[in-house]
Design a protein around this ligand. Structure first.
Ligand code: NAP
Length: 305
């Protein structure tokens, strides 16, 4: 039996989809904080069990009978996250799980990203647990950028503080495929995977690609880190999140999210070019049309007054 925690999240759902390609549904458990959110997974024949990282009693039941388990890192940043992960690892050990994979951070042991602290603490705890493990050190999710392209298209600008730093981003789908490969491998060949895209890109490259695919001129504007954080706050992000993203950009400028290991494409058996960052031109055309419709409506409204 293979258990995936955080399975109702964006990455978790994709991992389940990838597992279903080779594993019978009855051998997969989606361990989720809120079972009501996982009805779609249950409809696919996957067993849904409640597993809240902050309630160890749920973990014991959720992990019963598991041979392999994927711990998807919690989305709650800070000290609580480390405690949550430790609770999962304790439960994994108590349940006699044979192998656990953990979604860590690219170059977690050397990166300057503030984000690394929780991941390193989790990696250390896992190493000390005595359970066989694989560290899936995931790099940047391209969706961090593609999911917020609507304002970029609207204003013709991408803001950041990443200078010319390279981002070896990959899609959640690719990271999910890698997790499924590691979970289903007969034998464990590696303990640490540095997972990242094959074609690192800068934010200027991203702006150029968005321009190419959308037909709308989008330019990258680089700001000092603090100014970028303030801009993000103006867009409505809470201060902590704004500072978090600005710190990510500072790290990108230093090369923290760059990588040339190609571990990811080797593991999933296909290249992952960064042009896929945009899925297809259709994504941009859809957004572009929506922006144009909003503008036309605004013009009509103002001319009617
Ligand atoms: N490398 C990157 O660029 C990057 C970007 C974003 C995220 N991440 C990391 O990757 C993880 C997965 O990404 P994602 O896109 O799938 O994020 P997501 O959609 O926010 O999913 C996170 C999942 O964690 C679950 N969770 C949070 N607290 C929990 C708790 N106390 N007990 C059990 N489950 C809990 C959430 O449950 P609910 O569904 O009940 O809320 C959610 O399903 C994130 O949590 C984050 O650590 C990395």
């Amino acid at each position: 039996m293979i258990v995936v925690t955080g399975a109702a999240g964006k990455l978790g759902r994709l991992v389940i989809e990838e597992l279903l390609k080779t594993v019978p549904a009855k051998e997969i458990v989606a361990a989720v904080r809120t079972p009501a959110k996982a009805q779609e997974l249950a409809a696919k024949g996957v067993t849904v069990r409640e597993a809240d990282y902050t309630r160890p009693e749920t973990l014991k039941t959720a992990f019963a009978g598991a041979k392999r388990l994927l711990l998807i890192s919690s989305n709650e940043l800070g000290v609580r996250r480390i405690d949550q992960h430790k609770a999962v690892i304790d439960a994994v050990k108590a349940a006699g799980v044979e192998r656990v994979a953990y979604t860590s951070l690219l170059h977690a042991d050397t990166t300057s990203l503030g984000l690394a602290r929780d991941h390193l603490a989790t990696e250390d705890y896992l190493r000390a647990s005595g359970v066989a493990f694989a560290l899936l050190r995931n790099g940047w999710y391209m969706e961090n950028q593609t999911e917020s392209l609507a304002p970029a298209l609207e204003h013709g600008a991408i803001l950041g503080a990443a200078r010319n730093g390279h981002i070896a981003g990959a899609t959640r789908r690719d990271y999910a495929a890698a997790a499924a490969k590691v979970l289903t491998a007969e034998t464990q060949t590696r303990q640490v995977y540095e997972l990242a895209g094959d074609e690192p890109y800068t934010l200027s490259d991203l702006a150029a690609e968005v321009t190419r695919q959308s037909g709308r001129q989008v330019v990258y504007t680089d700001l000092p880190q603090q100014k970028y954080a303030k801009e993000l706050e103006k867009f409505g992000l809470p201060k902590t999140m704004a500072e978090f993203y600005a710190d990510c950009d500072r790290g990108i400028a230093q090369g923290d999210l760059d990588d040339n290991s190609h571990d990811l494409s080797r593991l999933i058996g296909r290249p992952n070019p960064s042009r896929r960052m945009c899925g297809s031109g259709a994504f941009f055309r859809r957004h572009h049309r929506a922006v144009r419709r909003r503008r036309t409506r605004a013009c009509r409204t103002s001319s009617e007054h």
